[in-house]
Design a protein around this ligand. Structure first.
Ligand SMILES: NC(=O)c1ccc[n+]([C@@H]2O[C@H](COP(=O)([O-])OP(=O)(O)OC[C@H]3O[C@@H](n4cnc5c(N)ncnc54)[C@H](OP(=O)(O)O)[C@@H]3O)[C@@H](O)[C@H]2O)c1
Length: 343
């Protein structure tokens, strides 16, 4: 990889099943020149998220335009301003937003790119993709605004060892809830117990529906759903009265052709419960509030960033594929170029 070029990953073809190397095409171009009102960003970190495969499938999703073959893949990242012709930004500022899978970006900082400065928390600025990024904000608003948690709640979280899930686990413990995390495998369950879960359930061995029923004798008050499918169905079968389900994601269904198809959603009626969809881009006006609270929790040590870091821009395709095999603990991201507090 040439650090004097703008290196890019573009879509070579639509994925079928999980992404594979042949779905991506690597390019090297000249580093773009900036015009008046623009800044030049050098990529420090790029996020890896399940939704990226959907971008590659040609769907317009999560507020991003549909991608054509040959386009640079969408992706949020953290970049350092290395040149500026923009009055709001100076060289050395570190910001997060829509970078795309590339090592440099010239931008006029448009609303649709959703750039914001990353606060200095005395830790690497990768935190702009975890706690102070869309993953952290999703956990915060999904849990507090949609989930309306109470201290005495029994909370079940699926995908609990992933990016959003590992933050929701910590937020729920901060509030004092009983927290049941669901993840795949013994090691991930051990990680969840270390993170503070009262109970960790392995969905990959045995019958997850029976396990959930066994550990929630008084029912589930709040289910934070990252995965959809069988685990969502099992939680619907074990709701307490007036419970809440937050639909954050459905990763178990992203690479299947047919949707799962729930048959027991009427349990919501008999338990007087709600199931609410949630989308982080509907909370853009309130991100400062979330960032302030998260920053306080980071300073006090109540919440910590859990980041699973792949090294080097060339690792992006394999890193994305590994998300669907559940490789990551916490937020998956790629360190493209070391930034302040790194290493
Ligand atoms: N609504 C919004 O605004 C919003 C915002 C951000 C993210 N999301 C969604 O929220 C979900 C979590 O995002 P994330 O960034 O935390 O992703 P992530 O870091 O990749 O975590 C997802 C976790 O799901 C688990 N998983 C994968 N396949 C599974 C399956 N078939 N059944 C059960 N668990 C499975 C994986 O761990 P295991 O090893 O335990 O399987 C993985 O750690 C995704 O669906 C994402 O699209 C939504």
């Amino acid at each position: 990889m040439n650090s004097n070029k703008n290196c890019q990953w573009r879509i070579a073809r639509r994925p079928s099943g999980n992404v594979v190397h042949e779905d991506f095409e690597y390019h090297e171009n000249e580093i773009p020149k900036i015009e008046n009102g623009q800044i030049l960003l050098k990529t420090l970190y790029l996020n890896l998220a399940p939704v990226m495969r959907m971008y590659m499938s040609g769907k317009s999703i999560a507020g991003e335009a549909a991608l054509n073959i040959g386009d640079v893949i969408h992706g949020r990242g953290v970049g350092e301003v290395i040149e500026s012709n923009h009055s709001d930004y100076k060289v050395g500022d570190i910001i997060q937003g829509q970078m795309g899978w590339q090592t440099y970006k010239a931008t006029s900082v448009t609303n649709s790119e959703k750039f914001r400065k990353v606060p200095d928390a005395g830790v690497p600025y990768s935190i702009g993709l975890s706690l102070f990024g869309m993953t952290g904000f999703s956990a915060y608003f999904g849990f507090f605004s949609s989930g309306k948690p109470k201290k005495e709640d029994t909370v079940v979280i699926s995908g609990a060892a992933g990016g959003v899930g590992s933050i929701v686990v910590q937020l729920a413990k901060t509030l004092g809830c009983k927290v049941i995390g669901v993840a795949g495998g013994v090691e991930k369950c051990g990680f969840l117990e270390d993170l503070g879960c009262d109970i960790a359930l392995d969905y990959k061995t045995g019958d997850i529906a029976s396990k959930i029923k066994e550990v929630t004798p008084n029912g589930i008050d709040l289910y934070f759903d990252n995965v959809g499918g069988e685990i969502l169905s099992a939680c619907l079968d074990n709701l307490a009265q007036n419970s809440r389900i937050v639909l954050c994601g459905s990763i178990s269904e992203y690479i299947s052709v047919e949707p799962y198809g729930l048959t027991n959603y009427t349990n919501l009626r008999k338990t007087n419960s709600t199931m609410q969809g949630f989308f982080i881009y509907n909370h853009m006006d309130d991100l400062d509030e979330a960032e302030k609270k998260l920053k306080n929790w980071v300073s006090s040590g109540a919440v910590k960033p859990i980041e699973y870091i792949f090294d080097g821009f060339l690792s992006m395709p394999d890193a994305l594929a590994s998300l669907y095999n559940g490789k990551n603990y916490g937020v998956a991201l790629c360190r493209v170029s070391p930034g302040p507090y790194d290493l």
